[in-house]
Design a protein around this ligand. Structure first.
Ligand code: SF4
Ligand code: SF4
Length: 259
C-alpha cells in the first residue's frame, strides 16, 4: 500500500517478501546480522488476524523476543531488531514505522561499531550462536509456541539471565569410548550425520557438525549407555582413529561348537 500510494520512507531498507511473518526464522535474522546488516525489521499481519491457522505472527513475535535476548548476550543493541503488526491497508503506518526504524539505525551507527564490539569478535560470536540455533529452538520450543495477548508480557517471555545461562551452559554430547559397542544405532538416527560410524569402531561425534538434538543420547541402548551429556565443561578429545577398533572377547569354545 505504501508503494502504491507513493509514500516516502527510509531509502536504506531492502524488502524481502515472505508468505507469512512466521516464515522468518531466527537463522535468517542472525544471518542478516552476520552479513553486516545494521537492523532487521519484520512486518506481520495484526495478531489474531492471521490468514493461516498457524498464526505465524505469534511465532515471529516469540522469535524476535528470543533473538533480542541473544543480541543482548553478545553485546548488540536489541533495538536493531523490531517487529510490528499492521494490515496491508495501513501504508501510512508502514511508511512512518520504517522511517522511524531507519532513523534509529542511523542513531545507533553501523552494526558492532555502535556498540564498540570488534568486527571479528562479532562475526565469531554470531557464527557460534548460529551453530546453536537448532539447540536453542529445541530447548525453548514451549515458549516459542506461546501466544502472548498482552504486550506487557513480552519482556517476561525470555529473561536476560535465562538466555545468558542457556548460552553459557550449552550441553554437548560425547560418546564414551570405553562403553561404545559400535551398534550404529546413534549414527543411523543422527539427523545431521555428525557421528563417525564404522563397523566394530568406537563411534565419535563430530562436535562441529552436532546440532545438540540429543537423539544419540536417547537412542543409545541402556545396556551400553555410552552417550553422555556434558554441560559447561569441555568435551574430551576424540579417540585417535587408530585406537577405535573394538576388540571383542572371543566366544567360549563350547559356545562356538553349538553354533
Ligand atoms: S546430539 Fe543430535 S546432532 Fe549431535 S551427534 Fe547426537 S544425534 Fe547427532
Ligand atoms: S548407540 Fe551407543 S553403543 Fe551404539 S554406536 Fe552409538 S554410542 Fe555406541
Amino acid at each position: 500500500m505504501a508503494g502504491v500510494s507513493r509514500l516516502q520512507y527510509t531509502t536504506e531498507a531492502r524488502l524481502i517478501r515472505v508468505m507469512c511473518s512466521g516464515r522468518v526464522d531466527l537463522e535468517f535474522v542472525l544471518r542478516a546480522f552476520s552479513n553486516g546488516t545494521d537492523g532487521v525489521f519484520i512486518g506481520g499481519c495484526r495478531l489474531n488476524e492471521c490468514n493461516y491457522i498457524t498464526h505465524g505472527n505469534y511465532h515471529a513475535l516469540n522469535m524476535v523476543l528470543l533473538c533480542k535476548r541473544i543480541m543482548e548476550h553478545i553485546g548488540l543493541n536489541p533495538d536493531r531488531l523490531r517487529i510490528e503488526f499492521m494490515s496491508s491497508a495501513e501504508g501510512i503506518l508502514f511508511a512512518e514505522v520504517m522511517s522511524k526504524f531507519g532513523n534509529k539505525m542511523k542513531e545507533l551507527g553501523p552494526l558492532g561499531k555502535g556498540e564498540g564490539i570488534d568486527q571479528n569478535e562479532l562475526k565469531s560470536k554470531l557464527a557460534e550462536i548460529r551453530k546453536l540455533i537448532p539447540y536453542i529452538k529445541l530447548v525453548k520450543q514451549d515458549k516459542l509456541a506461546s501466544r502472548l495477548e498482552n504486550p506487557e508480557e513480552y519482556d517476561k517471555l525470555f529473561t536476560k539471565d535465562e538466555i545468558d545461562k542457556l548460552l553459557s551452559e550449552v550441553i554437548s554430547y560425547y560418546i564414551d569410548p570405553e562403553k561404545c559397542q559400535a551398534c550404529m544405532t546413534c549414527a543411523k538416527r543422527c539427523p545431521v550425520e555428525a557421528i563417525l560410524s564404522a563397523k566394530n569402531q568406537v563411534h565419535v561425534i563430530e562436535q562441529e557438525k552436532c546440532i545438540k538434538c540429543g537423539t544419540c543420547f536417547e537412542v543409545c541402548p541402556t545396556k551400553f549407555s555410552a552417550v553422555t551429556k556434558i554441560s559447561g565443561a569441555p568435551v574430551p578429545p576424540p579417540l585417535p582413529e587408530e585406537k577405535r577398533t573394538i576388540v571383542r572377547k572371543k566366544k567360549e569354545k563350547g559356545e562356538t561348537d553349538k553354533e
